[in-house]
Design a protein around this ligand. Structure first.
Ligand SMILES: [Zn+2]
Length: 66
């Protein structure tokens, strides 16, 4: 399983999506990489905003009581 080389402070990077600002179509980075150029598959617009998906589930942090 390929990990993204981008690491933020050792935290596993969350999936990044790109959203077309013209039609609002969301595409994943993986899908974008397969495209010959950066453009919206739906409308052909070339301007995207980067969207980070908020974590759906945050595992509880184990803290040991002193
Ligand atoms: Zn679009």
């Amino acid at each position: 399983m390929a990990e993204e080389p981008e690491l933020h402070y050792g935290i596993t990077p969350r999936p990044v999506y790109y959203m077309c600002i013209n039609c609002g179509y969301k595409t994943s980075k993986e899908e974008m990489d397969t495209m010959p150029s950066i453009m919206c598959p739906r409308c052909g617009f070339r301007v995207f905003v980067k969207v980070r998906v908020p974590p759906a589930y945050r595992p509880p942090r184990k803290v040991y009581a002193i």
